[in-house]
Every structure is written in C-alpha cells, then in structure tokens.
Design a binder for this molecule. Structure first.
Ligand code: SF4
Length: 88
C-alpha cells in the first residue's frame, strides 16, 4: 500500500516557472503591466511541459489570481464563460 501523502498539484513540481520570480506570475496588479512582463511569462508557459494540466486545473477550480497555463485571470474568466454558454 502506498502511504505517500497525496499532492493534488503534483504536476506543478515540473512547471517551467519553478525558478522564476513569483512576481512575474503573480503581479500585485494586472493593470498597467508593461508588455514585456506578460510576454515573458507567456513565453515561459509556452515551453512548459505541464501547461495543459496547469491551465485545466486553473480553469476548473476557478483560480482567480496569477498566470496559469499562459493565461491571465481575465482570460480564464472568458474561457469559463464560453464553456458555460456552450454547456447551456
Ligand atoms: S504553465 Fe506556466 S504557470 Fe503553469 S506550471 Fe507551467 S510555467 Fe508555471
């Protein structure tokens, strides 16, 4: 029997952002960020081996803060709204 503790975000241990400045992915505010800030974070996400898991988790849990899977909170809200509309 495996008695290792369950880690819900086990995939996050393989994230390309592990060694990045947390402020890059969790800025104090998304308003007024310089273009390079978003572009740099998105570039890291684009090369991330767990991007799909990250984005799926953030959308499905309603994660309201930070960049996950290359998306901002506003972008995830739009994804959820589109899914809800399609689900009827
Ligand atoms: S997709 Fe982006 S935010 Fe998610 S684990 Fe990978 S690098 Fe980090």
């Amino acid at each position: 029997m495996n008695t290792a503790p369950i880690t819900p975000l086990r995939w996050a241990d393989r994230g390309a952002c592990l060694d990045s400045d947390p402020e890059l992915f969790f800025p104090f505010s998304w308003e007024g960020l310089p273009a390079w800030h978003l572009a740099l974070a998105r570039r890291i996400c684009q090369g991330c081996p767990v991007r799909v898991q990250c984005l799926t988790w953030a959308v499905e849990t309603g994660e309201a803060d930070g960049m996950w899977g290359g998306t901002t909170p506003d972008e995830r809200r739009r994804i959820r709204a589109t899914r809800e509309r399609r689900a009827g």
